[in-house]
Design a protein around this ligand. Structure first.
Ligand code: APR
Length: 229
């Protein structure tokens, strides 16, 4: 039995757009309504933790009202034929909800809280108990969102690079490729590896990348047709 091909996805906010989760930099995007440095940066959290806690409580509430879309499901379906890994910049867990079994969150997860005094301590938040404040105490620890703020390290980047370096196929979906180091993953594919980029308004990418300028749901169907050829 030949080993199944390894297909690695790198997804951004666009893969969740058709589930109703607003992206960051599209028109009406999240960063048009909130100052990213106030609500998603290390300095902003130190300056006003209550504002940051309430921002993430609102994003958890919004996310809990959404569901995976056909793009998340198509990626999960591919596990029948490929060894599928998803590296996501998203903090929603719609890939897991759609059935993807190997998901890596580069920027953290909404439904997780982390001890303020110990980065290795995290707790899963539940749909009926997800609000946190600066006064919240879990197991004797004050907590923060388990999110990588701007200005903080991305601990999962090295493991993500190793995955991309082993990919037989690399697929980027729904990202402006404007935030590093996530945007640099593309550089780590083995020479000759087919790379696809699904995005209705694609950013500039190196020559040789197959751009599918469609929304994630239709773009995944186009990709599946291409992979079958
Ligand atoms: N299907 C696919 N892509 C879409 C769709 C859709 N239906 N709708 C919009 N897009 C694309 C946009 O064209 C854009 O390229 O999704 C991308 C969204 O880009 P951003 O809003 O910049 O989101 P992302 O690239 O994931 O941001 C990266 O920035 O704010 C930080 O940590 C945050 O993880 C986030 C990071």
């Amino acid at each position: 039995m030949t080993a199944r091909k390894k297909i690695v996805f790198s997804t951004g906010a666009g893969v969740s757009a058709e589930s109703g989760i607003t992206t960051f930099r599209d028109a009406e995007g999240l960063w048009e309504k909130h100052n990213v440095m106030d609500v998603a940066s290390h300095e902003g959290f130190l300056r006003n933790p209550a504002l940051v806690h309430s921002f993430y409580n609102a994003r958890r509430r919004d996310m809990l009202a959404t569901a995976p879309n056909d793009a998340h499901r198509a990626i999960a379906e591919l596990e029948k034929d490929y060894d599928v890994y998803v590296i996501t910049q998203n903090v929603d867990e719609l890939h897991e909800m759609a059935g993807s079994s190997q998901v890596m969150h580069l920027h953290g997860k909404l439904m997780s809280a982390r001890a303020l005094d110990d980065d290795s301590l995290t707790w899963k938040l539940t749909p009926d108990n997800y609000e946190t404040t600066p006064e919240t105490i879990i197991d004797g620890h004050h907590v923060r969102p388990d999110i990588v703020f701007f200005g903080e390290a991305v601990p999962m980047f090295e493991p993500a690079v190793e995955l991309v370096a082993q990919a037989d196929i690399f697929v980027i979906i729904g990202t402006t490729l404007s935030v590093y180091p996530a945007a640099a993953l593309l550089r780590y594919v083995k020479p000759g590896t087919p790379v696809y980029y699904i995005d209705p308004n694609p950013a500039q990418v190196p020559h040789g990348v197959t751009v599918i300028a469609q929304p994630a749901t239709t773009g995944m169907r186009t990709l599946m047709d291409m992979l079958r050829k």
